[in-house]
Design a protein around this ligand. Structure first.
Ligand SMILES: NC(=O)c1ccc[n+]([C@@H]2O[C@H](COP(=O)([O-])OP(=O)(O)OC[C@H]3O[C@@H](n4cnc5c(N)ncnc54)[C@H](OP(=O)(O)O)[C@@H]3O)[C@@H](O)[C@H]2O)c1
Length: 317
């Protein structure tokens, strides 16, 4: 498709923001309208982020200035709880601007499209307001979805994330000293991604998040009892039927490893096996939290919403 859409990015300094800048730069149909960061305001993008060869400077834009710019698309890559000021004023002053929010703020709002394309692209209503899924939540849902009709509740998920998942605001979860030779369990009850997945799949899940000393990537282990006996062959069938046509979900019979998937745009699901005479299943998934868990998925959603090829600007094989 021969068109160019302008994109404004709020939260451009962050881990996901910088990945989005890279993807926008390499997308034939997207042109950066602005990159907003308070800390980097005034600096050129290439100087502040030497790996990104892009014209333009970071600006510190308030919500009303963002709405006045009226880009075709506004991506919000801000910490949770900050999107509303931007959304409200865009709704009022520039309602034709499409919004893609990477935070959890609108993932439970039925007026917004929940954009996990492999699972929700057919259910889309309007794509003007898109809530991008969480990174752990993407890893969990891709692993669970092919088994949804046979799992008994709750499904148990244990996730280990690299510390980029905790953003750039200093905390024990991204403190190299705390994480050195260590693994940090946290939020044992009610993690927001536990609620997100339970809500999206309409089945209760239990999620045990951990953060480890590697920078990026997620390892997810999903375990569930089954309401009916299934064989390893049927498991194979279910995963292949679900994802064989999906370039951004790779399947493998072995357990997928974080380091093999880091810096790639796809998720990998694998290592599925049944035990207990076919009534208990374990399956693993991994993805790069900053890519398929965030920035890549946002671009996939934008592509679908704008009528570009779904993988435009996304390296894949
Ligand atoms: N990291 C991940 O793996 C991941 C995966 C999926 C989804 N997400 C979600 O994506 C969002 C961004 O995550 P991230 O990891 O990129 O966070 P981050 O690295 O901490 O970056 C946050 C960005 O927001 C800006 N910011 C912070 N406070 C602000 C405020 N009060 N007003 C305006 N700008 C502010 C920061 O830039 P300045 O301080 O320079 O303004 C920075 O650019 C979060 O909601 C997160 O939950 C993250």
């Amino acid at each position: 498709m021969n068109k160019t859409m302008t994109v404004g990015l709020v939260g451009a300094r962050g881990h996901t923001g910088s990945e989005l800048l890279r993807l926008i730069k390499n997308h034939a149909g997207l042109e950066l309208a602005f990159a907003s960061s308070r800390e980097l305001a005034g600096q050129s993008i290439t100087t502040a982020m030497p790996g990104i060869d892009m014209r333009g400077k970071f600006e510190d834009l308030q919500p009303d200035q963002v709405a006045e710019c009226a880009p075709d698309i506004c991506i919000l890559a801000l910490p949770n709880g900050l999107a509303k000021d931007f959304v409200d004023i865009i709704d009022k002053k520039s309602p034709r601007t499409m919004i893609v929010d990477l935070s959890a703020d609108y993932r439970f709002d039925p007026a917004w499209h929940y954009g996990l394309p492999e699972l929700t692209r057919l259910s889309s209503k309007s794509l003007q307001r898109i809530a991008n899924p969480g990174c752990y939540a993407t890893a969990m849902q891709l692993a669970i979805a092919p088994l949804l009709d046979v799992v008994t509740e709750p499904v148990h998920c244990m996730g280990i994330s690299g510390y980029s998942g905790a953003g750039t605001t200093p905390s024990p979860k991204n403190d190299p000293e705390v994480l050195r030779d260590n693994i940090l369990p946290y939020a044992p009850f009610g993690h927001i991604h536990e609620r997100e997945v339970s809500n999206q799949l309409n089945t209760p899940i239990r999620f045990m998040p951990h953060v480890a000393s590697f920078f990026r990537g997620i390892s997810m282990t999903v375990c569930a009892s089954l309401s009916t006996k299934i064989s390893n062959d049927e498991l194979d069938d279910r995963y292949h039927r679900a994802y064989d046509g999906e370039p951004l979900v790779k399947l493998q019979s072995d357990i997928p490893h974080v380091r093999d998937n880091v810096n790639f745009h796809h998720a990998t699901v694998g290592g599925w096996a049944v035990a207990d005479n076919g009534q208990y299943v374990v399956v693993y998934s991994t993805l790069d939290n900053l890519l398929k868990g965030a920035a890549t998925q946002a671009i996939q959603n934008i592509n679908l919403a704008c009528g570009f090829h779904e993988l435009e600007g996304i390296p894949h094989d």
